[in-house]
Design a protein around this ligand. Sequence first.
Ligand SMILES: [Zn+2]
Length: 437
Amino acid sequence: MTFTIRATVFQTPTPTRFEHREDVVISVADGAIVEIVDAATFAGTPDVTLPDNTVLVPGCIDLHIHAPQWPQLGTGYDVPLDQWLFEYTFPTEAKCADTEYARAVWDDMVPALLANGTTTAVYYGSIHLDATTELARSCIEHGQRAWVGRTAMDHPDGTPEYYRDTSAAQALANSRASIDEITALDDPRGLVAPIITPRFIPACTDELLTGLGELAAETGHLTQTHCSENDWEHGYVIDRHGVSDTHALDGFGLLRESTVLAHGCMLSDDDFTTIASRGAGVAHCPLSNVYFGDAVFPTRRALSTGVKVGLGTDIAGGPSPSLLAQAARAVDVSRHLENGVDQSLTADERGVDDSRIDATTAFYLATLGGADVLGAPLGLLEAGRRFDAVAISLDDVDNVPGNDTAERRFEKLVRLAGRRDITHVWVDGVQVSGGSS
Ligand SMILES: [Zn+2]
């Protein structure tokens, strides 16, 4: 399938560069961008022409979503992480034993995320094989690009009896079966891939972590887990293994190229160096970290040490399904880190110098940063990459139109745009959300 679209493009080819391409025509064939030319030089009539004051941006890449937590989004932020899991989250996830219930959740969530501009999602499923395969099937049917992982968790202390794999051997067998089932799905556009998913070290025995590391080496599939999320989780791993989360995961063979490490609020410079050397990346979840992270993830320091960084909603740890909202919050929390938050301290001792990021860096994290973590040809509208794109109307965002430069309109988009402003969403060259053109 081939089509052409005429639009003005806003995007970020690096963490510090905003690119504005006014009035271009993008040619797409079989889901890939073939070329981008100035509209004035294009012969013919484009298949789609976006209205004035609507811009085209790369689709958002959400690196961290717990799909079975969709029903609890926006609730239960009154207790710390370890309590939150047992009181609210594990009981909610356990309901996915009923595959029909789970499928109804997926069929509500996936279109909602697409409507929010999330063209690629990296999911934790539940522990259940059938529900997780249905999640992958739902993504294919709704047209969302996704990595889908069956959540593996067998530790008798870190999980409740009613919601855990019954042994390491059973967990490994189910994780392998999940890979096989997802790989075997009818997916002509190649939208969905499995991802090996130990929940986090506190929920997994050493035997399971070792086996999943071996499974990753054997199959070459991506891996994801949580890493140094907060004081409790970070401290637990040091108590159990005598080293940081990063080094423990590395020892289990779970720190690999394109491994997605969620949160990382407590990572040290030594951890950053190790993560960068392995080619792994961090899913920065700024809103979730406000509630559960105990500290602000130092985005700028991570990028400066060569760590790949993208963004995650951490549904339902973060109470918003919008990755654009996460981008805005990533800027906000970086200012808290730089300025500090305790007014009883002097200005000199209150914050961490050189920590702030701006809207350009935040949008980069939401798009190309996430693509780089995954090693996928996404996140930027340029020839050779897949056409995953979102059209955003600036009618409401750009108050008093005509007064601002492209740079300032882009800044408004990052801080103010949301689902209501998104008019069209394409994944792999196919429109999957929004109105007709
Ligand atoms: Zn998480």
